[in-house]
Write a protein that binds this ligand. Structure first.
Ligand code: ATP
Ligand code: MG
Length: 558
């Protein structure tokens, strides 16, 4: 299957806008984007959509894309998050033009706030948060004006200065824009521009005791950076008149003005997509960390074995829409499966081993069999896999009393060992619990793979030579939640829907010896089982593999 071709699919609505702007030579034909994460958590797959969109458009239209940390909320932000965000964007394969911080603009924003006060367009309100919200009222009826709304400019300047100098306690005053207390758009009812917060900021330290609100910071940051198209998710549509109002007051004639365009956020089934909720899972040790392979974070997906290509392909497949929807997580799994099928070497790994003894194979003999690494990729070549008298196969691949449709091994039955010989089960041994401990087979030396002997057998099994096997731990992951929309239930906490069986750890799995030097992040297909990658906790003494996805989508609603 050909990769989805960017240039043959029709334009999405944002591309249509951009191409119109380019045709009209708007902004001198320049396009400038930004990805603006708040550094209050690790990025998730929803952010990946926004990253692919912004950086992808910059690539497509020869524009630029900045990385701007929206760090106006000092109590929730940390440098650890800044570093992880940069790592994730680079890993996805994008490079930003400038690394910027909204906090770089605190001085400029302050100057603009003073300008608005001087123009009579902003005032200091000393009422409580509750009082202010109460006066805002409801959209269908005009709100109530604050008693401080018309205080003299001089008084506002003085009080704002006090706020800035840290002379007033948290929550005692705010700076508000003086817009329209009867607007049907609640965001225009004298929105708060600044709040007092005596908190240390990860970059500006204790310099500020006031911090700008998102609405006062975002559009102006876009404007300062010369962003032409400011892409955000739909919930900000209602903020757009305010975004434009501030720029109407502050933007200079002749300088490019950013335009805010909203698109549908990515919602994915069977998971949650909010940093706040993901942080809860981390804090309450319900997962092992932000990069737990079950997390929908970029770092979690990376550790799980996802490739950047598969995530970019996924983002391309889901496209850009104007209406919110939910994407089936199966589509994400499909994308990674498709990519791993092309790039991963095939290897033998037996997860639940049982011993097969080939009674007519000479003791002490071993031979090296040549196996194809990847039928999808000739350049991947071949490898040598040792074969000997004692082998492991999967417990599942043997049944004492197999039903008719069971095409694997059973008493008196024949199967092919992949890349090796046809074997026939002659006998088997059980322990006192009824557990099969050894299976005795004979092999037919004439049936060596590639020898041209044609003999039909119903099944082909993977195997690992006992004396050459590597012992490994294998971690099997299932969906983190049992519900399609765990955060969508009114009176129930999303954590109630956690899947108690989302992680299954298998010890003493047996792998072929070619995996001896496997390094963190290496990806393989365990034949017949799925795609796996080496976990970061793996070491040569204790190999650990994560299952990225099974070969086929076998998930059933529980
Ligand atoms: P969260 O609620 O998960 O914290 P957020 O929107 O507050 O998300 P930001 O760090 O502010 O997170 O987001 C950075 C950018 O990523 C924004 O432009 C935002 O619109 C975009 N974004 C966030 N979540 C999604 C999503 N699920 N789908 C698409 N874009 C998203
Ligand atoms: Mg946010």
């Amino acid at each position: 299957m050909e990769p989805a071709e960017n240039n043959t699919r029709s334009l999405n609505f944002i591309e249509t806008i951009i191409e119109e702007d380019l045709q009209n030579n708007k902004n001198n034909g320049e396009v400038h984007f930004r990805f603006p994460p708040e550094p209050n958590g690790y990025l998730h797959i929803g952010h990946a959509k926004s990253i692919c969109l912004n950086f992808g458009l910059a690539e497509k239209y020869n524009g630029l894309c900045n990385l701007r940390f929206d760090d106006t909320n000092p109590t929730k932000e940390e440098t650890e998050y800044v570093d992880s965000i940069k790592e994730d964007i680079r890993w996805l394969g994008f490079q930003w033009e400038n690394e910027l911080f909204a906090s770089n603009y605190f001085d400029q924003l302050y100057t603009w706030a003073v300008q608005l006060i001087k123009q009579g367009k902003a005032y200091v309100d000393e009422q409580s948060q509750e009082e202010i919200s109460r006066q805002k009222g409801v959209p269908t009826r005009p709100g109530t004006e604050s008693p401080y709304r018309n205080r003299p400019v001089e008084e506002n300047l003085l009080l704002f200065e006090k706020m800035r100098n840290g002379e007033v306690p948290d929550g005692s005053m705010v700076l508000r824009a003086k817009i329209d207390m009867s607007s049907p758009n609640m965001h225009l009812r004298d929105p708060i521009m600044y709040r007092v917060l005596h908190a240390e900021h990860h970059r500006t330290g204790n310099k500020w005791s006031i911090y700008p609100m998102y609405d006062f910071a975002h559009g102006q940051s876009d404007y300062i950076e010369g962003i032409t198209h400011s892409l955000c998710t739909l919930e900000f549509e209602i903020h757009r008149p305010l975004y434009d109002w501030f720029l109407d007051q502050l933007a200079e004639e002749g300088r490019p003005r950013p335009r805010q365009i909203e698109f549908a956020r990515l919602n994915l089934s069977y998971t949650v997509m909010s940093k706040r909720k993901l942080l809860k899972l981390v804090e309450e040790n319900l997962v092992t960390g932000w990069d737990d392979p079950r997390m929908p974070t970029i770092s979690g997906l990376r550790r799980r074995g996802y490739t950047p290509e598969s995530i970019r392909e996924f983002a391309d497949r889901i496209g850009i829409a104007k209406r919110d929807n939910v994407i089936d997580v199966g589509l994400l799994e499909f994308s990674v499966r498709e990519h791993l099928n092309k790039i991963t070497p095939r290897v033998f790994g037996v997860l639940n081993p049982v011993k097969v003894i080939i009674t007519n194979y000479p003791e002490g003999k071993e031979e090296m069999l040549t196996l194809i690494n990847n039928p999808e990729d000739d350049a991947a070549g071949t490898r040598q896999v040792p074969f000997s008298r004692e082998l492991y196969i999967e417990q599942d691949d043997f049944m004492e009393e197999p039903p008719r449709k069971f095409f694997r091994l059973g008493p008196g039955r024949e199967v092919r060992l992949k890349g090796a010989y046809i074997i026939k089960c002659e006998d088997y041994k059980k322990d006192e619990n009824g557990q099969i401990t050894e299976i005795y087979c004979t092999y037919d030396p004439e049936t060596k793979s590639g020898s041209g002997v044609q003999r039909k057998v119903k099944g082909t099994l993977h195997w690992v030579s006992v004396q050459h096997a590597l012992n490994a731990e294998v971690r099997l992951y299932d969906r983190l939640f049992l519900d399609e929309d765990p955060a969508g239930h009114k009176d129930r906490d999303f954590k109630e829907f956690l899947n108690p069986d989302s992680l299954k750890v298998l010890q003493n799995c047996m792998l072929e010896p070619s995996l001896k030097d496997a390094k963190q992040g290496d990806k393989v297909q365990f034949q017949r089982l799925g795609y796996f990658c080496v976990d970061k906790e793996s070491s040569p003494e204790h190999l650990i593999f994560n299952r990225t996805v099974p070969l086929r989508d076998s998930w059933k609603r529980k």
